[in-house]
Design a binder for this molecule. Structure first.
Ligand code: FES
Length: 136
């Protein structure tokens, strides 16, 4: 399943076509790609799969992560666990939105822009390496 998202046209990225050795098929009801056994330097997603101004959702060793691309050559990533009570946030045109109580987090820095959450999302180290987004 593929989701693509950008602020303008609601493209949500995720899903198929991730050329990663450790990529496993989506399972257990997960609706995003699952990566297992990956570490520093391993590919998370080809950069081309992450729309500029948008986000790519993936599960890394069971932890939901959102990879955001604020600029053409810049990526950042956040844990998708809401800092209010732990629900999973999802990318939308408003930012990273928690379905439980409506908190919204900034797609570029993970800060809470709308409560009840007040703390930012946790960060995940990623970088652009060539044509890929890799873990740092
Ligand atoms: S758990 Fe996210 S707003 Fe409450």
């Amino acid at each position: 399943m593929q989701h693509c998202f950008s602020r303008r046209d609601l493209l949500i990225a995720g899903g198929v076509g991730v050329g990663v050795v450790a990529l496993a098929a989506c399972g257990g009801g997960a609706d995003v790609p699952e990566l297992t056994g990956v570490g520093s330097g391993d590919v998370v997603v080809p950069l081309s799969e992450v729309p500029v101004g948008g986000a790519y959702e993936v599960s890394i060793d069971g932890r939901r992560v959102v990879v955001s691309r604020p600029a053409r050559e810049r990526v950042v990533a956040f844990t998708a666990r809401c800092t209010h009570q732990g629900c999973t946030v999802r990318a939308s045109e408003e930012g990273l939105v928690c379905p439980c109580h409506g908190s919204v987090f900034d797609l570029t820095d993970g800060s809470a822009v709308h409560g009840p959450a007040t703390e930012p999302l946790g960060t995940v180290g990623v970088a652009v390496r060539g044509t890929d987004v890799v873990l740092t």
